[in-house]
Ligand binder design. Structure first.
Ligand SMILES: Cc1cc2nc3c(=O)[nH]c(=O)nc-3n(C[C@H](O)[C@H](O)[C@H](O)COP(=O)(O)OP(=O)(O)OC[C@H]3O[C@@H](n4cnc5c(N)ncnc54)[C@H](O)[C@@H]3O)c2cc1C
Length: 408
């Protein structure tokens, strides 16, 4: 029998969520924890490598949102503010047969050819949310209801079909509510005046490291954990009753940032929990290096055209000094043979299926009753960016540290 090591916290996964949780424990003088990570480097989906002499983000294009100062201040401790470049986001949509148009699509209809503008306007006037039709619950009906048939058909549905590569009607519409309304009057005015009308979302600002890629901040966070971070250590079993991982690491609490469906094989779960965890769905994406520079000044380009396998092209020559080329993101179900360099991300996007809200709630409620806490993109099964993962980790650590641990 191997020796059992006891900790207050056993943290599964060293992506942004697990790393932030661990550092918050250290900040609060709580040294009794271990982080278990399958890969040879910390950072999860946010890791970077060097390809063709410049950084490439292996989990797709990664940029740090600046909206949450608590998060940026926390990350600047590891990669100081002067080591990041600050950009005003330039993004475009590449449609087959048209010139690239600015993002968001709905605000730049006037950049389409005139006959296409007329078709879009006509369908916006008949969109369900404009005419007062009842709000549908299925994804594709909801997109048509919200944006009209034409925007749905030439942009939103093909793009979503490419990125998710599944029956879109298995997705719920509950996560789409932040999409702005498209107003017929404003779209018409915009087409007449040939400029965006109404409320155009402010140019987002993002940060990207001056050197080494987005992965650098997480790599440094991992390095500073010293031997509390166990790399190259895959979680292969969890004894839920004793909260013992791999028959070796026993925690008073477990923080789970790894995908719940993996728990099928790792642990004996109650039947309803196992079923709910097994219903959670995800997509995989391939990230492929492209050596050619785009002539566009965009940081990245969305590609709804179904004849092109990838759905997004990252132009790293426009956000990494001295770099050339960039990389593409392709749903693995659509990927062709690999070119010069490819990274496959098995767990890329948690899917917002119709059943997901109930399923994840059931899993998380059961887990909490066992002092096991789901955290982050996979632990909460939420389509969240790394800044949100950091915020959730800071919050959960705060909550748990304020609740005293039971004596063993
Ligand atoms: C294409 C794409 C683009 C994105 N763009 C952005 C962006 O521009 N800006 C942004 O902020 N965010 C972006 N994100 C989101 C960002 O990647 C996530 O928010 C972030 O990585 C979540 O961190 P996490 O720690 O919760 O999960 P992850 O980063 O997935 O970390 C989970 C960790 O668990 C480990 N693990 C899994 N299974 C096991 C096991 N059995 N044993 C041990 N360890 C295991 C993994 O190796 C990984 O290190 C993007 C994501 C994708 C896919």
């Amino acid at each position: 029998m191997p020796e059992i090591l006891d900790f207050d916290y056993v943290i599964l996964g060293a992506g942004p969520s697990g790393l932030t949780f661990a550092h918050r424990l250290l900040d609060e003088g709580e040294p009794s924890f271990v982080v278990i990570e399958a890969e040879e480097e910390a950072g999860g989906l946010c890791r970077s490598v060097a390809v063709d002499g410049a950084p490439l983000d292996i989990g797709g294009g990664h940029f740090l949102d600046v909206k949450n100062a608590r998060v940026t201040d926390f990350l600047f401790r590891f990669l100081p503010e002067d080591q990041w470049n600050r950009y005003s986001r330039i993004t475009r949509i590449r449609m087959g047969g048209f010139d690239d148009i600015d993002y968001p699509f709905e605000s730049h209809i006037y950049q389409l050819p005139e006959e296409e503008q007329a078709a879009v306007l006509d369908s916006v006037a008949r969109a369900g949310c404009v005419t007062g039709a009842p709000e549908p619950s299925r994804f594709s009906d909801w997109i048509r209801w919200k944006l009209g048939d034409r925007i749905a058909e030439i942009y939103m549905l093909p793009y979503n079909w490419k990125i998710w590569s599944m029956d879109l009607d298995d997705l719920g519409a509950y996560w789409l509510h932040k999409l702005p309304d498209v107003s017929y009057e404003q779209t018409l005015q915009s087409c007449r005046e040939k400029r965006p009308a109404g409320t155009v979302p402010a140019h987002g600002t993002f940060l990207y490291p001056k050197a080494f890629g987005y992965g650098e901040v997480w790599r440094r966070m991992g390095e500073q954990l010293g031997d509390r971070l166990c790399l190259n250590t895959k979680v292969t079993s969890v004894d839920v009753e004793t909260r013992t991982v791999n028959d070796k690491f026993r925690g008073k609490r477990i923080i789970n940032t790894i995908p719940w469906p993996l728990w099928w094989e790792l642990a004996a779960l109650p039947g309803d929990v196992a079923e709910a965890a097994g219903r959670l769905r995800h997509t995989s994406i391939d990230v492929d290096y492209v050596g050619r520079n785009e002539t566009s000044d965009a940081h990245w380009i969305y590609i709804p055209d179904e004849d092109v396998p990838h759905h997004r092209l990252l132009c790293r020559n426009n956000f990494i000094a001295g770099a050339r080329g960039g990389w593409t993101e392709t749903n693995s179900a659509r990927s062709g043979p690999s070119g010069k360099w490819r990274h496959h991300n098995t767990f890329a996007y948690p899917l917002n299926t119709i059943a997901k809200p109930d399923d994840i709630e059931l899993v998380l409620t059961w887990a909490r009753s066992q002092e096991i806490y789901g955290l982050g993109r996979w632990g909460e099964w939420e389509y969240m960016n790394s800044d949100v993962a950091v915020a959730h980790a800071l919050d959960l650590a705060g909550e748990l540290l304020s609740r005293k641990l039971e004596a063993p």
